[in-house]
Design a protein around this ligand. Structure first.
Ligand code: PLP
Length: 464
């Protein structure tokens, strides 16, 4: 055994040489009687320097933390139990407390992503079926089926599949005739796609604050922001929470405004028993890979209006006339979804309720295992609504520490979106943002994947 030992009272330069001498980057510290009194890893060494020690200072007993050790003769299982992802060296001592050997074991930690799609046999089966049919572009049986079945899932009559959730919002705005000079009210706390789509339509976004409790667009702020130029509101059911659709629809009706629900993060959520996506003139969804169900990239507009459905189908396909091929009545876009994507979507839709239930269980497990740490305020649920769990959402005043600990342990974690109003490219469109600024700074998304080891997460965070 090549043990790197060092005496209490040696200066840090000697300690550093001892650490550098061995591949495992750890020095064992002994007192004058050769008794082991501590161990210092290269990480501990960096912390000593950060705490103000210099290379000429001595290493003192008071600099050393507690450490795990084993007695001569302990078997492999017992030694292994003393290691974990952070402790990979266990000194072995004799009955006088002298170092005689050490045990080294490196635990591999698997990366835990914040979200991952659940792709199984059905997805592959339908994908291969679409592939072998050779209908791999934007026509084929899966497109029609996905549009019909997803619209039915939302309790809406028509679905128009698109290449992603961002263009779905743009398509909705154009189909509703919104353009230059029109104001569109959007929430401050959302992904940038919502406001970008308004800007693609050459309309003027008006960013309003969110409710401090639900984090969704604040109806009172919408009301204050309405002007004669306001043409539409885009409520975003952010992080799976339904907006207050009764108040929003009343405001829209009273002021003759269109409503586009952005449901990218809330497939299956309900407001007072009614599915999101079924309130607005048009509602949009995203099927990006981290969403509740996915088609890789993909989106959909749903509507109860036959007229809007026809308009969107045309605009999605370059504004081409249905009756006269290659004759364009409008300047449209290529916003089509492929049959391959729709095939995956059909398989995903078959198990959406299972995914939503699984995510609800993940939320309950987080609360069960982490609540006692008093670090988190969990996202609110309301008895009459159905909140869906997209990512596990919470707020914490210790966000920096929580993120550092989890990332250091290979667990992915996301801060909430920056407020739109904070970013220079959007700041000039800000109307009100007080609550959003606060929530954005303390909001956090934890992983919603099946491999989450809640006990491990709890023990990592217990150190805070
Ligand atoms: C609220 C919101 N709107 C729109 C989008 C855009 O969807 P996509 O990424 O499919 O373009 C997203 C996606 O992350 C989103 O979170």
């Amino acid at each position: 055994m090549n043990k790197s030992t060092c005496k209490v009272g040696s200066n840090l330069r000697v300690l550093l040489e001892a650490i550098n001498e061995v591949p495992y980057g750890t020095a064992f510290i002994e007192d004058d009687t050769n008794k082991l009194v501590g161990i210092v890893t290269d990480g501990d060494f960096r912390r000593l320097l950060l705490n103000g020690k210099s290379l000429e200072d001595q290493i003192l007993k008071s600099d050393l933390g507690s450490f795990v050790s084993a007695l001569k003769g302990e078997n492999f299982e017992s030694l292994l139990k003393k290691t974990n992802v952070k402790i990979n060296i266990v000194p072995i001592i004799n009955d006088k407390g002298e170092l005689i050997d050490f045990f080294e074991y490196k635990h591999k930690t698997k990366f835990t992503p914040v979200a991952e799609p659940t792709l199984e046999n059905k997805e592959l089966e339908y994908l291969l079926d679409a592939f072998s049919s050779t209908w791999i572009s934007s026509r084929g049986k899966y497109i029609d089926r996905f549009e019909e079945e997803f619209a039915a899932f939302c309790n809406v009559k028509h679905g128009v599949a698109t290449s992603n959730g961002t263009v779905a919002i743009h398509l909705a705005l154009v189909a509703l005739g919104i353009g230059p000079g029109d104001e569109v009210i959007v929430p401050d706390l959302t992904f940038a796609a919502t406001i970008n789509a308004v800007l693609y339509a050459n309309a003027t976004p008006v960013i309003v604050d969110v409710d401090p409790i639900t984090w969704t667009i604040f109806p009172e702020e919408i009301e204050k922001a309405i002007t004669p130029r306001t043409k539409a509101i885009i409520p975003v059911h952010v992080y799976g929470q339904a907006c207050e659709m009764d108040k929003i629809m009343k405001l829209a009706n009273d002021n003759n405004l269109k409503v586009i629900e952005d449901c990218a993060e809330a497939h299956g959520a309900e407001f007072k028993g009614q599915r999101v996506g079924s309130f607005g003139d048009i509602s949009t969804f995203s099927f990006f890979a981290n969403k509740i169900i996915t088609t890789g990239e993909g989106g959909m507009c749903v509507t109860n209006s036959e007229e809007l459905d026809t308009k969107m189908r045309k605009l999605r396909d370059h504004g081409m006339s249905k009756e006269k091929r290659y004759w364009h009545d409008d300047i449209g876009f290529n916003y089509r979804m492929t049959n391959l994507q729709a095939a995956i979507g059909c398989a995903q839709l078959e198990k959406i309720e299972w995914i939503l239930d699984r995510n609800d269980q993940i939320e309950r497990d987080y609360i069960k295992h982490l609540d006692h740490l008093n670090l988190f305020k969990w996202q609110k649920t309301y008895r009459l609504n159905r909140k869906v769990v997209w990512l596990m959402s919470c707020t914490t005043e210790k966000r920096k520490e929580v993120m550092e600990k989890l990332v250091a342990n290979n667990i992915d974690v996301r801060p909430f979106f920056y407020c739109l109003s904070e970013m220079p490219v959007y700041a000039k469109y800000s109307f009100s943002n007080k609550n959003a600024l606060k929530i954005s700074k303390i909001g956090l998304n934890l992983p919603t994947v099946k491999e989450v080891d809640y006990k491990r997460v709890a023990s990592i965070l217990a150190e805070i």
